[in-house]
Design a binder for this molecule. Sequence first.
Ligand code: MN
Length: 237
Amino acid sequence: MRDEFIFPPPAQAHVAIQGTSKCFPVRRIFCVALNYADHAREMGKEPSMTAPFFFTKPADAVVEDAASIAYPSLTKNLHHEIELVVALMQGGVDIPVSRAKDCVFGYAAGVDLTRRDLQNEARQQGRPWDMSKGFDHSAPIGALRPASEIGHPDRGKIALSVNGVTRQNGDLNDLIHPVPQIIAALSLQVALAPGDLIFTGTPAGVGPLNPGDSVKGEIDGVGQVSFTLTDKIGCAR
Ligand code: MN
């Protein structure tokens, strides 16, 4: 009988829900790449309007709001990417665009931390992006706001500042693939499920972070996310 784990199962990754003591259990983290035209161009790519494409982060990459995060290993070019995060409370396969919003519990502001030097190297060598995107503590997320309170934001400022200086300043209205289209497209790739999070892409202005930096992101009508970077820990590299 398989009734005992050989060690305690890991703690359930979760995100706070604004104004309550309840929290949202995280199942998986999916991320859309190059979903704002100005960011695609700053990355040297032509924006693709045909279909969104995705990568993932592990669920336990989530970091709660206002945390201190150690500057990650193996990079000299850690980048910030402010993003609207969608939290699903229903899933399914082949979800029609017209029903996609019904799957959404709520929204948050999150940062897709990226080891840009590792990503560029992976691109050049035709290797997977995973270790440039899905490293430990790579997904700081602010408190979720339920769609029942704020609706489904599809326009408004999405911005990020470092040490009080604005770096990214875009508008949700510039998403190439809006949230319902993202959910529909992703549900063709995997069976979506309650607890899944989707990072929806970042506007232009991504750039490097350094130990000691204080980072604040905000999305109009949704909320904020903040964190501070501390020195590298654990290894000399
Ligand atoms: Mn991103």
